[in-house]
Ligand binder design. Structure first.
Ligand SMILES: Nc1ncnc2c1ncn2[C@@H]1O[C@H](COP(=O)(O)OP(=O)(O)OP(=O)(O)O)[C@@H](O)[C@H]1O
Length: 475
């Protein structure tokens, strides 16, 4: 027999149709399952100012919406962010497994609404700062970072990408990753917020990535995402929720004077992805994994019984998961295949056909479809004439790299190393031309030994030993 509370919520639902003015929407469900819930939450300072919902579909959805509104009544933002699927189900003495779906949808709608309400109306600098804001992607690294975050931590997951064809569901950008992260945080007893950054991500990361391909560049969207999109939004949220610092699962370290430092594990180091950050942002970041190696991280996760202890590492750009590079450009950037000639740099002859110059990058060796005795590399791509030129390795060797949009946080003479690709160890180098520290400009790096040229659009990270002094973009 159903719990009396279930019947009570069904008969007289709390907050049904009673949507607070000035509140923010969270919607979950839809045509696929026939259940749809819209929850509206208003935030006043660090408390919930009001909550209401409308639901279409099964009765359990109305019941869970009603339980959510009851729990939200008079709650602080942190208490609201702690409302888990379990709490919703417990509110009616447990739910039949077939009805759990309703609690999950209501939790999705609630946390979407709450995240938007806090991001827009939360009190900046309100209350004494306590604890850290932990960025959880649903993967093992950020779960372990969360374990090490200390008391009063609040977790947040960014919803960055949702494709109409659902193609990135397995990646850290996707909605299933948001659910996974929220469940993990709630298991650890941590409040969790969802922040919908899809518009900013599309405008600030995906569109420029497509535009760069159109121009024949090889962009680095992770650097842009970390710098301009997600960390700024996360630090703003930290202010609004009353957290002094931001903790992430990046493999990187910081120095006492506010600069980035390479991680202990060279195979996992992610300082490159963060090298565009301003020192003011770096000073607020905490990287608990910077001194650990990946097997140690998995061991910690296993000991804590985290279900993601053996989750695979993310391999590709998050928004490409399940789609692939060329298909994504065709679908989202109208940059379909455009066959053209592959020329040999030595002879000038056409030696094959490529799929579109925008799909190739300097230094690329595989996927050229050209049989030659000795290895051939892409030595030039020209999107205007749609020609890809290949040649011997020596054609790509260079000891000079020109950078644009270069920013240094210390004097140029300190630079003694550079990293030109994510998966490349730092190389000895010095700067012979550079803007003043803190100013944006052009610069020239001279390498101690010639190196295969990296593609225009890639990031160059400048180092003094293992300390990151700044970064620029290959011109
Ligand atoms: N969607 C997201 N929401 C919140 N934080 C995120 C998100 N994606 C990444 N992060 C944060 O950035 C860090 C580095 O992200 P990256 O995409 O490189 O993940 P990763 O190394 O695969 O880590 P994880 O195992 O936590 O997914 C994560 O550990 C996490 O702290």
């Amino acid at each position: 027999m159903a719990d009396w509370r279930y019947e009570e919520h069904l008969r007289t639902p709390v907050g049904r149709g009673d949507l607070p003015r000035g509140g923010h929407d969270g919607v979950a469900g839809g045509a696929a399952c026939g259940d749809l819930v819209r929850l509206v939450v208003a935030v006043d300072g660090d408390r919930i100012g009001g909550a209401g919902f409308v639901a279409e579909g099964c009765g359990a959805l109305t019941v869970c919406g009603s339980v959510a509104c009851e729990l939200l009544d008079g709650a602080s933002v942190r208490e609201a962010a702690s409302i888990s699927v379990e709490r919703l189900a417990d509110g009616v003495g447990g739910l039949h497994p077939g009805k759990r779906h309703a609690a999950e949808l209501v939790a999705d709608a609630l946390h979407r609404a709450l995240g938007t309400a806090v991001a827009r109306d939360g009190a900046p600098g309100g209350g004494a700062a306590r604890g850290t804001l932990v960025a959880m992607s649903g993967g093992v690294d950020s779960a372990v970072a969360a374990l090490k975050a200390g008391p009063d931590a609040v977790a947040v997951t960014l919803e960055l990408w949702r494709d109409p064809e659902n193609d990135a569901e397995s990646s850290c950008c996707s909605h299933s990753a948001v659910r996974r992260a929220r469940d993990l945080a709630h298991r650890m007893g941590m409040p969790h917020l969802t922040l919908d950054l899809r518009d900013a991500f599309r405008a600030g990361v995906v569109e420029p990535w497509i535009a760069d391909h159109r121009e024949g560049l090889t962009p680095n969207p992770c650097v842009r995402c970390n710098g301009d999109v997600r960390l700024d939004a996360l630090l703003d949220l930290a202010d609004r929720i009353g957290c002094a610092t931001l903790t992430t699962g990046h493999y990187a370290r910081t120095t006492d004077d506010g600069l980035l430092r390479l991680a202990v594990d060279p195979g996992k180091d992610q300082a490159y992805m963060l090298s565009g950050l301003r020192p003011a942002s770096i000073a607020r970041l905490r990287f608990p994994l910077g001194g650990l190696r990946k097997p140690q991280v998995r061991e910690i996760a296993e000991q804590a019984d985290l279900p993601v202890a053996h989750a695979p590492d993310s391999q590709d750009l998050c928004f490409l998961a399940g789609t692939g590079h060329s298909r994504f450009l065709a679908r989202h950037g109208d940059l379909g295949d455009r066959p053209g000639p592959v020329r040999d740099a030595e002879t000038g002859e056409t030696v094959g056909e490529h799929r579109g110059a925008h799909l190739y990058t300097l230094g690329q060796r595989r996927g050229l479809g050209v049989a030659a005795g000795e290895p051939r590399y892409v030595v030039d791509t020209d999107v205007a004439s749609n020609v890809v030129t290949i040649g011997r390795r020596e054609r790509l060797l260079s000891d000079r790299v020109v950078l644009r949009d270069l920013v240094l946080h210390r004097e140029p003479w300190r630079v003694d190393g550079v990293k030109l690709r994510y998966r490349q160890q730092p190389r000895s180098a010095r700067l012979v031309e550079a803007p003043e520290p803190g100013e944006l400009g052009r610069g020239t790096v001279v390498l101690a030994e010639p190196l295969l040229r990296a593609a225009p659009g890639q990031t160059a990270m400048l180092l003094d030993g293992d300390v990151v002094l700044g970064s620029g973009t290959l011109a």
